[in-house]
Design a protein around this ligand. Structure first.
Ligand code: V47
Length: 378
């Protein structure tokens, strides 16, 4: 049997052979191994290994959800060089939704009943903490069946500062108002040298990790991201992955890892090139192979493009995110993907990759639909 498997794995990169042995035996890869993976050009061998792990964990299942993004404001005091979304308060294009407007926007769009609102926005200098508590409790009241995945660790830390509360108290209040889990944004790259340049005014990497730690302690699941393809190097990527893996060993609170390819258009880093398909696919494979304690690796179709996201389902990813409906952060930065995809289009992408589409809720419970209703299996 081992012989047959060995036969199926072929590589012209001798450095990958010992990694093959480790992956097959379920032995954790080291930081050094992760670096070797990044340095290899044998994308098919990396894909074979990542796919092996992906199928060991999930078989043919590939997950998606029916969700809607809500970005209540793009006003932001952080002025990150990586970002094309944030605006100064009085700058052209700056917006802040009144609560009624945010609640209405949640209801608009596709007719398919959403199971998740993904809520993130800028760090607004004046909006009080109560605005966010009211936003969340108002959504919960109007859409009690919808999971609220809201506020990155960066937003939580900013709200805590503004409300003069600890991170723990802030998260407790958000949870009591109706926040069910947290998205993975704002992690960027933890390495200080890079973080200083791409997002100087955000909390640092250790504060991001500490906020996630507290969220997990409070029973709030979260995701984690890594922004790649700008000025970081392979060592920075490995450092980021290892820090996430170490925290996950402690809390088991992360559900999904989402590598995010940098989109340079309209950012102060617009001179940088876009990532290549090779790098995007390799990043998915390395993520699956190194983050052995993360249940899911998401290839976010909005950012990867539907075509790369689909191929990723054979290179380590088991999730392609959801319908989204209205995406702003990537489109401000030059993405030419659609604003949203219908449920049936996601199903088609997955089926054509030879995978079994599983509609999930945010906590990865299967969702079954009739024409007008849906049921979540618990
Ligand atoms: O935190 C901002 C990134 C993130 C750019 O948790 C950029 O399920 C590329 O975190 N080019 C927000 N990336 C998106 C995010 C996310 C997306 C989908 C699913 C989930 C989840 C989370 O987008 C930001 C930042 O890291 N970002 N600007 C840019 N120009």
């Amino acid at each position: 049997m081992a012989q047959a498997v060995m036969h199926a794995f072929q590589t012209d990169d001798p450095r990958l052979k010992p990694l093959f042995e480790k992956v097959l035996a379920g032995i954790r890869l080291s930081a050094e191994d992760a670096l070797t993976l990044y340095q290899s050009k044998d994308i098919l061998a990396l894909g074979w290994l990542a796919n092996h792990v992906r199928e060991r964990m999930h078989g043919d299942r590939a997950y998606f959800n029916v969700n809607r993004h809500i970005n209540p404001t793009n006003v932001c005091v952080a002025y990150c060089r990586l970002c094309a979304f944030g605006r100064k308060k009085d700058a052209p294009g700056a917006y802040t939704m009144a609560l009624e407007e945010a609640w209405q926007s949640a209801a608009s769009g596709y007719s398919e009943a959403v199971t998740e609102f993904h809520i993130v926005g800028g760090l607004h200098p004046d909006l009080p903490f109560e605005y966010f508590l009211d936003l969340v409790s108002g959504l919960k009241q109007r859409f009690p069946q919808v999971h609220l995945k809201a506020f990155t660790m960066v937003e939580v830390a900013f709200l805590a500062k503004r409300a003069k509360l600890s991170i723990r108290e802030t998260l407790q209040k958000l949870k009591a108002a109706g926040v069910d889990s947290l998205p993975g944004g704002g992690a960027e790259i933890f390495a200080e040298r890079v973080r200083h340049i791409i997002c100087d005014h955000k909390i640092d990497g250790s504060q991001w990790l500490e906020t996630a730690h507290i969220a997990h302690e409070l029973g709030l699941k979260s995701n984690a991201t890594m922004l790649y393809g700008h000025i970081e190097n392979d060592e920075d990527r490995v450092d980021h992955l290892m820090k996430l893996r170490a925290l996950q060993d402690e809390t088991h609170g992360f559900q999904t890892f989402i590598p995010l390819a940098f989109h340079p258009d309209n950012t102060p880093l617009s001179h940088l090139p876009w990532t290549t398909g090779f790098d995007d696919i390799k990043q998915i494979a390395v993520s699956r192979l190194t983050l052995d304690n993360f249940p899911h690796i998401k290839s976010y179709w909005q950012m990867m493009t539907p075509k790369i996201a689909q191929i990723s389902l054979r290179f380590g990813a088991d999730d392609i995110d959801g319908t989204v409906v209205e995406e702003k952060i990537y489109h401000d930065a030059g993405a030419d993907t659609p604003q949203g995809l219908r449920r049936q289009e996601l199903v088609r992408l997955i089926k054509e990759a030879g995978r079994e589409p599983i509609e999930r809720d945010t906590l990865y419970r299967p969702v079954t639909r009739t024409e007008t209703t849906f049921t979540i299996s618990v």
